[in-house]
Write a protein that binds this ligand. Structure first.
Ligand code: HSE
Length: 289
C-alpha cells in the first residue's frame, strides 16, 4: 500500500498570476494498492468525488502509465480529502500531484521530483499550484519552451505571518474564472503586476512587512474576477481596515486570503467561513505502508 499526502495550495498570491503559490497545512490523503483489475475508489472524506474512471487521480495515473509505456494495473484507492473542491485551494492540482507520486511509486519508474513536476505543470497548464504542492512553502514556477523552471523562496519571518483563509459556500470553476479575463492588457497594467510580483518576492525573502502592504495588489485577474465574487471588495476592505498586510484571491477563487500579524476575526457575509491555516513547508510526501 502506498500513501500520498498532498497539501492545499493558494495560487497567484495577488500579482503572481499563473506563477506564484503557497502550500497550506490542509491535506488530501490517498492510499493506493494494486488489485486484479478495474478501479475501486473508497471515499473517506465528506465531499462527493468521482468514483469511476473519470476520477482525476485515476486519469493522472493512467496518463503516467501511458507516458512510461507500461500496462495500467487494476487499482484500489482510499481518498480522504480535506481540501474544499472548486474553491481555489488547489484540489485539482493535489489530485494530479498525488496521482503522479502514487504512479511513480507503484510503477517503479523512479522519476525524479523535477521530472514529475514538469509533467504536473504540463497537465495543469500553469505551475502555480503544482510547484508549492510538491515543494511546500511559497514557490514560483515559469514555463519556457515547454520546460519548467521553479524555485522555493526562503521566506524570512514566515512564522510571524498568519494566513486567514475565507471560504464561501458557493463554488467557482477555474474555467469560468479564466473566461472573464481579457486577451490583452495595457502596458501600464503589465508594469503594475511585474513590479508588484518582484516587490512581493523581495518583501517575502527580506521579511519586510511594510513592502508587503504594496505588494499584494493585482490588475491582471482580480478586478475581472471580482464580478463573479460579489463580496470580494468589501471583504478585502474589512481585512485591510483591521490591519491585514495584504489580501488576495486564492487561485481563481472564490476563496480569499488575508495575510495578517495576528489571528484577527473579520466580519464576513453570511455563508463565508474563516480559518487560519499555517504554511506547509514539506510539500507532498509518499509513504510505503
Ligand atoms: N493561476 C490559476 C488562475 C490558478 O488564476 O486561473 C487556478 O488554477
Amino acid at each position: 500500500m502506498i500513501k500520498v499526502t498532498t497539501p492545499a495550495t493558494s495560487a497567484n498570491l495577488g500579482p503572481g498570476f499563473d506563477c506564484m503559490g503557497m502550500a497550506f497545512c490542509l491535506y488530501n490523503t490517498l492510499q493506493v494498492e494494486e488489485i486484479a483489475q478495474g478501479v475501486k475508489i473508497d471515499n473517506w472524506g465528506d465531499q462527493t468525488i468521482p468514483q469511476d474512471e473519470s476520477n482525476l487521480i485515476y486519469v493522472t495515473i493512467k496518463n503516467f502509465y501511458e507516458r512510461i509505456g507500461k500496462k495500467l494495473p487494476g487499482l484500489h484507492f482510499v481518498q480522504d480529502d480535506h481540501i474544499p473542491m472548486i474553491r481555489g485551494l488547489g484540489s485539482s492540482a493535489a489530485c494530479i500531484v498525488s496521482g503522479l507520486l502514487a504512479a511513480n511509486a507503484l510503477s517503479g519508474a523512479e522519476m525524479t521530483r523535477d521530472e514529475l513536476l514538469q509533467i504536473a505543470a504540463e497537465i495543469e497548464g500553469h505551475p502555480d499550484n503544482a510547484v508549492p504542492a510538491f515543494l511546500g512553502g511559497i514557490a514560483v514556477g515559469a514555463m519556457q519552451n515547454e520546460k519548467l523552471y521553479f524555485a522555493k523562496l526562503n521566506v524570512a519571518r514566515l512564522c510571524e505571518l498568519k494566513f486567514c483563509v475565507m471560504v464561501p459556500a458557493f463554488t467557482l470553476a477555474t474555467e469560468r474564472a479564466r473566461q472573464v479575463l481579457p486577451e490583452k492588457y495595457t502596458r501600464v497594467d503589465a508594469i503594475f503586476n511585474i513590479s508588484r510580483a518582484a516587490l512581493l518576492t523581495a518583501a517575502l525573502t527580506n521579511g519586510d512587512f511594510d513592502l508587503m502592504k504594496a505588494a499584494f495588489d493585482d490588475k491582471i485577474h482580480q478586478p475581472y474576477r471580482g464580478k463573479l465574487i460579489p463580496c470580494m471588495e468589501s471583504i478585502f476592505k474589512e481585512a485591510l481596515s483591521h490591519g491585514a498586510l495584504g489580501v488576495f484571491l486564492s487561485g481563481a477563487g472564490p476563496t480569499l486570503v488575508a495575510v495578517t500579524l495576528s489571528e484577527t476575526r473579520f466580519s464576513l457575509p453570511t455563508g463565508w467561513t474563516q480559518v487560519y491555516l499555517k504554511p506547509d513547508m514539506r510539500g507532498a510526501r509518499v509513504e510505503f505502508c
